[in-house]
Design a protein around this ligand. Structure first.
Ligand code: ATP
Ligand code: MG
Length: 417
């Protein structure tokens, strides 16, 4: 029996490797593959291995907590999608939505693999929304999306199969919608702070909202990004290229010369949909006066895998990954440096038991390999705190700790750990 907070490296089936596959051009995927977090199946398609899945789940849980806090209810919709529902909004057409993967049943009926879920969920809500008493409804999921992306050169930041957190709001009027929109904005700020991207992520004015001329994107600074935004650093405001017009600059009271252009990746976005989907799919309700009204909707996305890729991309160093404690696969990397007597091993085993019994998450490098190899692997894997036990440290009744982010090394009395 192994508990979820413990793992012996001798039993972990993944191994670190010196080189990433030759065809892998992205830094995040190179590091994650070398450290054994993901496996490349083909361009834009990656499997998550035990260490990588732990990071993904941590990011997922941080998002889940914030979604629940603002009243979200979690569900899980199917990836197989009904063509007829999509035809009603005009988005079945490849000219309108150019990333479709379409498949066929044996009887030739066409189906789509879900790229997003506005259509399906709006259609589903017709069974549950009848009157003004049924509002508001905030439904979200962590679900696999399929997109036939043209370019897939950014590692797990742009995949053809990827996890998305998509939240959809159903409100009775603009005010109810606007209040929730502001709450999600704050929830997203909390999420990006918690996962360690707070300092580099900008709330960015983008095009395409209902009620206001804007939607909002959360854009993180990185050279690996495929977007670019224009930032007024003094005001802390960013706008994307699509809305960079004289009118918008005037509305936001920004001067063009105060803006600096930076490369970014979109890690999340929030969008007022108005009645576009509820009209097309006839999702209505009866208000207090008995009148039929359209439902006001919003959609709010984050890609947990893209967030993980962005962290790998922006917080790593020459030696490997550097995980913030909130999303690290384990909190502690315990390393025993073997001696001939076997004394160190016995002490390290005890330490492993003590730490895990306290509920700490520990990866224990109990392998019979050279110290240098263990240290290099530890830097590559990027766990926040390294604890080394060797004959030398034991003589003094101490352990050596190293903070992966700052590189700071300390000697600490054994019993204080
Ligand atoms: P992009 O402009 O980068 O293609 P998008 O506008 O198509 O993104 P949405 O459809 O709004 O993205 O998806 C919501 C979120 O899902 C994005 O903010 C991003 O975090 C994530 N995401 C989108 N496409 C991918 C992808 N191909 N691989 C991984 N994550 C993705
Ligand atoms: Mg896209």
């Amino acid at each position: 029996m192994r508990y979820d907070n413990e793992m012996k490296q001798s039993q972990l089936f993944t191994k670190t490797r010196k080189d990433a596959p030759k065809d892998e051009v992205s830094k995040n995927a190179q590091l994650l593959i070398r450290a054994g977090f993901i496996h490349k199946e083909m361009a834009g398609v990656y499997s998550f291995l035990p260490l990588g899945l732990r990071v993904l789940k941590k990011i997922e849980n941080i998002i889940r907590e914030e979604m629940n806090k603002i009243g979200g209810q979690e569900l899980s919709l199917t990836a197989l999608q009904d063509k007829q529902v999509w035809e009603k909004t005009g988005r079945w057409d490849d000219a309108v939505l150019d990333v479709w993967f379409k498949i066929k049943l044996k009887n030739e009926t066409e189906l789509g693999l879900g790229t997003t879920h506005e259509e399906q969920l709006t259609n589903l809500m017709k069974d549950y929304i009848r009157s003004y008493r049924d509002f508001p409804i905030y439904a979200y999921q962590f679900q696999t999306k399929f997109r036939n992306e043209i370019r897939a050169k950014s590692g797990i930041m742009r995949c053809r199969e990827f996890l998305m957190k998509d939240l959809y709001s159903f409100s009775r009027d603009e005010k109810e919608h606007a209040d929730f929109y502001e709450k999600t904005k704050q929830a997203y700020i909390n999420i990006f702070n918690k996962v360690g991207l707070g300092d580099t992520t900008y709330l960015t004015f983008a095009s395409g909202g209902s009620f206001s001329p804007f939607s909002h994107e959360f854009q993180t600074l990185t050279e690996a990004g495929e977007d670019s935004i224009f930032i007024d650093e003094k005001k802390g405001i960013a706008i994307n290229r699509e809305v960079l017009t004289d009118d918008v600059l005037e509305e936001l009271q920004i001067k063009r010369e105060d803006l600096v252009e930076r490369k970014t990746v979109e890690v999340g976005n929030i969008f007022s949909l108005g009645t576009r989907f509820s009209d097309a799919l006839e999702l209505h309700y009866i208000d207090e006066k008995g009148e039929k009204k359209p439902v006001i909707m919003g959609s709010y996305g984050i890609g947990p895998g893209r967030v993980m890729g962005t962290i790998a991309e922006t917080l790593s160093d020459v030696n490997g990954l550097v995980w913030p404690t909130t999303v690290a696969p384990f909190g502690i990397h315990l390393i025993s440096i073997e001696d001939k007597s076997g004394k160190v091993k016995a002490e390290a085993d005890k330490m492993y038991e003590r730490l895990t019994a306290k509920g700490m998450e520990v990866l224990y490098d109990d392998r019979d390999v050279r110290a240098g190899e263990k240290f290099a692997d530890s830097d590559l894997i990027g766990i926040p705190l390294r604890i080394v036990m060797s004959e030398k440290t034991l003589e003094k009744g101490e352990v050596e700790t190293k903070d992966r982010m700052t590189g700071k090394i300390e000697m600490i009395k054994n019993e204080r750990i």
